[in-house]
Ligand binder design. Structure first.
Ligand SMILES: [Zn+2]
Length: 261
């Protein structure tokens, strides 16, 4: 199979993706299908008796293997009432991905991204982080003051989990710009300056609570306190720098605003 020689059509299937590769004119090959899973593309025979959900939409072609994916949390059962809601939210996020992808890829590698706290990064580093992030809509909750979390594994792959109520709140206030805010705010959290600052702020918060005689050893209230809120402001400010460089419009009034400190 040659993915370069044919037209590629991508279909979103209840949070997963089927990629259909048609042969190019004159190419006598078969039409091949695969299902996109967290571990990559897996062969799929559409004419088999294999069960597959029929709730799908035709999506844009894959521009680059580095484009972030948007999925529904696989732990939500497909017959659950939460599922259609999470799927709709995932699709609304997915709608903003192609434009964001084009804009971020247009940033020059040698461009300087100026960040708060006297940090900088390059356009190449910004793109590298974008290529490693994926987005998951979930009904999981994340504790006080939090609507989601972003997790980066040892290989540098990041997954942003967002609660349905959180993304819907952003969108009801900011429309597509609320979605853009979500995409770039989460990306900002994966930068070294913001994630390092988060670690140090978390330690400062734990010490302050402990010293005050109100220990919070698991940091359950970190994001309701000044230390956690400072990190959110730094992430917002960083997201705005990304948006300015890439020419992406963001929601005007996110939680804690764009000003740092
Ligand atoms: Zn955040």
């Amino acid at each position: 199979m040659s993915e370069d020689s044919g037209t590629v059509e991508e279909i979103t299937v209840v949070g997963e993706r089927i990629r259909r590769v048609d042969p190019s004119p004159g190419f006598g090959g078969e039409i091949t299908y695969s299902v996109y899973t967290p571990t990559g593309y897996v062969p799929f025979d559409p004419f088999s008796t294999q069960q597959i959900d029929l709730l799908f939409q035709i999506g844009p072609p894959v521009e680059t293997p580095n484009t972030p994916t948007v999925r529904v949390d696989p732990s939500i059962p497909k017959d659950s009432p939460d599922y259609p809601r999470a799927l709709a939210d995932a699709m609304s996020i997915q709608e903003q991905i192609p434009a964001a992808d084009t804009a971020i890829n247009a940033v020059a590698d040698n461009e300087t991204v100026f960040m708060a706290r006297e940090n900088t990064m390059t356009g190449a580093q910004l793109k590298a982080l974008w290529y490693e992030i994926n987005y998951v809509v979930t009904t999981q909750t994340f504790g006080a003051g939090r609507g989601g979390e972003v997790v980066t594994d040892a290989a540098g792959h990041s997954t942003s989990y967002v609660n349905v109520m959180t993304i819907e709140g952003y969108q009801s206030s900011g429309g597509e710009y609320g979605t853009n805010y979500y995409l770039l705010h989460e990306l900002a959290h994966t930068t070294t300056p913001v994630s390092s600052y988060n670690q140090s702020q978390f330690g400062i918060y734990l010490d302050r609570m402990s010293n005050a005689g109100t220990p919070d050893p698991n940091g359950e209230h970190y994001y309701e306190n000044v230390e956690g809120i400072e990190v959110e402001k730094f992430a917002n400010n960083t997201a705005q720098q990304f948006a300015n460089l890439a020419g992406i419009s963001l929601w005007a009034n996110p939680p804690y605003g764009y000003t740092y400190p």
